[in-house]
Design a protein around this ligand. Structure first.
Ligand code: PMP
Length: 282
């Protein structure tokens, strides 16, 4: 595998990032994850717009123009000879002697890697996945796609140890914020689609934004409001969304089946519409 690191294409294992990169010392950086299907970048403009928003929130400049960055992503993809892939982009503030204050006159570091996409397996889509819930221990700017993911990592690990694919995090009021690496959705008893509104408590998922548009087109009633863990357990359907999970049915929450424990019809309808949006065959 080949990685792009600050102007060079290198084997992924090559020592390439200086030890005083602020990404290493402070997690002072942001990232993006973009899906590639059959050689096409999915929703690339939305991902690059979010990347620019994350950088702006941290006062890190773009390392190059949007078009140049897209060209680097394409070239890294090409060198890895994959047509269905996940492209990872990370931008750190730069390299400087360790000091909390922003260094002056540094250039941001840019790393791009590519790996084979591990999309949900047909069985996971057909049967749904289990989640557990845990308190949200992350910082108060989850709308920034920061590489500081320790709380997400610890939550996801606990979930995996409990045999679960994802963990739904809840705030001090018992309201679900989102998953450790995905957005959380339910369908209520009246067939309304519910997901938490955008705000500093959640990452504005690209998949979330696409699904909201597809839901409107489908004529579904959508309500962006917080929902509680209790409400999720009593919901008619539940699912999660992310770039690599697509629309993934959630059929068990904290060991309790959601409705009758099989993926719901609205969830499957949205998955079908999302596949269509991606021009992705069954
Ligand atoms: N929330 C969090 C915390 C995430 O890490 C992700 C995935 N990166 C998402 C939501 C989903 O975002 P997207 O649909 O853009 O992949």
């Amino acid at each position: 595998r080949i990685a792009y690191v600050n102007g060079r294409y290198l084997p992924i294992g090559a020592p390439a990032v200086p030890v005083e990169d602020r990404g290493l010392q402070f997690a002072d950086g942001i990232y993006e994850v973009v899906k590639v299907l059959n050689g096409r970048f999915c929703d690339l403009d939305r991902h690059l717009a979010r990347l620019e928003r994350s950088l702006a929130a941290l006062s890190i400049p773009m390392p190059m123009s949007r078009a140049a960055l897209a060209a680097v992503m394409r070239e890294t993809l090409r060198r890895n000879a994959l047509s269905t892939a996940i492209v990872y982009v990370q931008i750190n503030r730069g390299v400087a002697p360790r000091n909390h204050l922003f260094p002056e006159d540094v250039e941001p570091s840019l790393v791009v890697t590519v790996r084979r996409a591990s999309l949900p397996k047909p069985r996971e889509l057909a049967e749904g996945v289990r989640v557990i819930t845990l308190p949200d221990q992350r910082w108060k700017r989850c709308d920034v796609k920061s590489v500081s993911l320790l709380a997400n990592v610890l939550a996801k690990q606990k979930g995996a140890e409990a045999g679960c694919r994802e963990v739904w995090l809840y705030d001090a009021d018992g309201l679900v914020t989102e998953g450790s690496s995905s957005n959380a959705w339910i369908v209520d008893r009246d067939g309304r689609l519910i997901t938490r509104p955008l705000g500093p408590e959640i990452l504005g998922g690209i998949t979330r934004s696409v699904i909201l548009e597809l839901a409107q087109t489908a004529g579904l009633e959508v309500v962006e409001r917080p929902f509680s863990v209790e409400e999720a357990k009593a919901a008619r359907e539940a699912f999660l969304t992310s770039t690599s999970s697509l629309v993934l049915p959630v059929t068990s929450i904290d060991g309790q089946p959601v409705a009758n424990g099989v993926p719901g019809s609205i969830t499957l309808e949205l998955l079908a519409r999302y596949r269509n949006h991606l021009q992705m065959p069954e």
